[in-house]
Ligand binder design. Structure first.
Ligand code: PMP
Length: 381
């Protein structure tokens, strides 16, 4: 074996010994597993109106966008989707990217100048972390959801441009950022607030408009919102939403916007249908809230340490990485898919199972899945 491949093998061996092997598992279209791992919160990925809209656009526009947005990739569907998203989120203008990851890279970098200080929550997603790195700006990582630490970081850099970077519903434990307080602190120090609404869009806020809207900050001139179109909207792509001047800046300078092939038009069409359904989805959101509360109650009563039912993500603490892997595998063997988060993919030393709750899952199956999780916890402990 070539030296470099042998070196990679040794590194994989070290990961395996630490219980950190990651494996791909192909899912078939008729997969019968109860899904508590995917992010299709509202069940819209397979909604007939969504797939029909995508199918119509597929035959009209073809498979791919055939170019980047500034070349040939901008279709009327992209522009209509951007108008829909801007209206929903209550902002001047929205810009669609081909993923939430790329949207975050562009948003963080676009908000920074050479002297900018970034103040980033310790639980932020990898795409926000990479955005901070790519920007080259000095970054202070503050303890999770610690408004006083954010204030201290801003106070220590008087006169410098600064951006507070946070998620609204955190992807790790499903808890809510103190957005109103973060905004007040940012404003007091003349800083901007960047919020990743990935796990909140469609799930929280008035008409599902997300965490920023829920905090009464929609359209604020010092707030920029990002989100993915791949979770509650069931599709793919990302969005940056905020003041028109900032969006224009991204169109003209955002590298992950300019040099990336546009989102496939059929996906834009499907996501437009999903936005319509999500806006009218109060009943689905009530169902999500019920199920999150049920999950927390059932798992808590079984003696498990579980996060709060703030949105559609619930995490359950595992004793360690190996136990988390064994627990998730046991659930899987009994037909229940759960997320398995272990260091270094967790922001602290804790391993967890992450349950993402979907309103599209059959209710009885959902309740059975909770019992399976409890039974498997006993088996592996
Ligand atoms: N932000 C957060 C908080 C996420 O959980 C994700 C999805 N893993 C992303 C951004 C990236 O979005 P996408 O999958 O569309 O690239």
């Amino acid at each position: 074996m070539a030296d470099w491949l042998a070196a990679l093998d040794r590194r994989a061996e070290l990961r395996a010994r630490a219980g950190l092997t990651r494996t791909l598992r192909p899912r078939a279209a008729d997969d019968a597993v109860v899904d508590l791992a995917g992010n299709d919160y509202l069940g819209l990925a397979t909604h007939p109106q969504v797939t029909a809209a995508a199918a119509r656009a597929l035959s009209g526009y073809g498979l791919g966008a055939t170019g980047s947005r500034l070349v040939r990739g901008s279709t009327d569907l992209h522009h209509a989707l951007e108008d829909d998203l801007a209206g929903w989120l209550g902002v001047d203008r929205a810009l669609v990217f081909s993923s939430g990851y790329l949207a975050n890279l562009a948003a963080v970098r676009g908000l920074t100048q050479p002297r900018t200080l970034l103040v980033s929550d310790a639980h932020n997603h990898a795409s926000l972390i990479d955005g901070c790195r790519i920007s080259g700006a000095e970054t202070v990582v503050t303890p999770h959801a610690d408004v006083a630490a954010v204030e201290a970081a801003l106070a220590a850099a008087p006169g410098r441009p600064a951006v507070v970077v946070t998620e609204s519903v955190f992807s790790v434990d499903g808890d809510l950022a103190p957005l109103a307080r973060l905004h007040a602190v940012a404003r007091r120090h003349g800083a901007l607030l960047l919020v990743d609404d990935a796990h909140a869009l469609g799930v929280t806020g008035p008409a599902g408009a997300g965490g920023v809207a829920a905090a009464g900050l929609a359209g604020a001139p010092d707030v920029v919102v990002t989100a993915t179109l791949s979770k509650a909207l069931g599709g793919a792509g990302g969005v940056v939403a905020g003041p028109a001047e900032f969006v224009r800046h991204l169109v003209e300078t955002g590298r992950t916007f300019i040099f990336d092939t546009a989102l496939p038009p059929a996906v834009a069409a499907g996501v437009r249908a999903a936005v319509r359904l999500a806006r009218a989805g109060d009943a689905l959101r009530a169902e999500l809230a019920d199920r999150a509360a049920l999950a927390v109650r059932v798992l808590g009563e079984a003696g498990l340490s579980v996060s709060a039912p703030d949105a559609a993500v619930v995490s359950v603490t595992a004793p360690g990485p190996e136990a988390a892997t064994a627990w998730a595998a046991a659930c899987r063997a009994r037909g229940v898919a759960v997320g398995c988060f272990r260091p270094p993919s967790t922001p602290d030393s804790r391993s967890r199972l992450r349950l993402t709750i979907g309103a599209g899952v059959d209710r009885a199956e959902f309740a059975r899945a909770l019992d399976v999780i409890v039974a498997c916890a006993r088996e592996v402990s």
